[in-house]
Design a protein around this ligand. Structure first.
Ligand code: 5RP
Length: 219
C-alpha cells in the first residue's frame, strides 16, 4: 500500500469523531488535505472549522466550509491534524509544513486531538525527522547557538516564512529521550516562538493507516 493510501484511510477514519453542529479544529498538511476533502462531503452537518494555516483555510473555503477566527469561538470538541513522527505514547514531532505554532494553539483550544498519519510516522524515539523550531528572525543565530546543546544541527529552512512572519530552524540529527523536558526548555529560549514537539499536549488518539487498515492507538 502507498503512503498516500495510508494517509487517506486515516483521514477517513477521523470522520467518525466529527459530530453534528460542531466547530472542528483543522490542522495542516497532505494528510489533513484528505480530511478536509472528506469534511466537504458533510459540510452541512458541521457548523464550521478553525484553521491552523492559511493553506488549510483556503482549501476549506474553496469547499464552502465556514472558517471561524479562533477569537470568535469558545473552543472546539476535536482537533484533527497530522504529524511528522509519533511515538506510541502519542508524543509528536510536527511542523514539517511550517504551521507548528498555529497548530499548537488550535490543539490547545480543543478538547480532543485526533492525530492522523500513515503508519510510516510511528517511531520508537523522536528525532530522526528534523525538529522544527519557529523563531523571531532577529534571534535566529542566537537561538541556533543555544540549540546546539541538544547534539543536533540547527539548519535554517531556506526561503520559508511562516504565516506569522517568522523563520524556522530544523534541528537535524537528534535522538530525543525526554520530549517533555526538551519541549519546555526550548520554549523558554528568548526568540523561540514554538518548538514542534507536542509532548506536554500530545495527541489523545492516533489513527494510523497502513496495509492492514487503520490502527487506533490511545495513550
Ligand atoms: C504541518 C504539520 C503536518 O501535520 C506534518 O508535517 C505532517 O504532514 P503530512 O500530513 O503532509 O505528512 O505538522 O506543520
Amino acid at each position: 500500500m502507498s503512503l498516500e493510501a495510508g494517509k487517506k484511510q486515516a483521514a477517513k477514519a477521523a470522520m467518525e469523531f466529527v459530530e453534528a453542529g460542531e466547530i472542528i479544529g483543522v490542522g495542516t498538511g497532505s494528510t489533513v488535505n484528505y480530511f478536509i476533502d472528506f469534511l466537504a462531503g458533510v459540510k452541512g452537518k458541521i457548523d464550521g472549522a478553525v484553521s491552523s494555516s492559511v493553506v488549510s483555510t483556503e482549501r476549506m473555503q474553496a469547499h464552502g466550509i465556514k472558517v471561524y477566527d479562533l477569537n470568535d469561538v469558545n473552543g472546539m470538541s476535536i482537533y484533527v491534524d497530522g504529524a511528522d513522527e509519533s511515538t506510541r505514547n502519542l508524543h509528536l514531532i510536527k511542523g514539517g509544513g511550517g504551521a507548528l505554532t498555529r497548530e499548537k494553539i488550535v490543539a490547545a483550544a480543543s478538547e480532543k486531538f485526533v492525530c492522523i498519519a500513515d503508519d510510516s510516522k510511528l517511531v520508537n524515539r523522536l528525532g530522526k525527522f528534523p525538529l522544527p523550531v519557529e523563531v523571531i528572525p532577529m534571534a535566529r543565530s542566537m537561538v541556533a547557538r543555544k540549540l546546539m546543546k541538544y547534539g543536533g544541527q540547527p539548519v535554517l529552512r531556506e526561503g520559508f516564512i511562516t504565516d506569522n512572519g517568522c523563520e524556522i530552524l530544523d534541528i537535524q540529527g537528534l535522538d530525543i529521550l525526554d520530549p517533555l523536558t526538551m519541549e519546555q526548555e526550548i520554549n523558554q529560549i528568548p526568540g523561540v516562538v514554538t518548538v514542534g514537539l507536542f509532548a506536554e499536549r500530545g495527541a489523545d488518539v492516533l489513527l494510523l493507516g497502513g496495509e492492514n487498515g487503520v490502527e487506533r492507538i490511545d495513550p
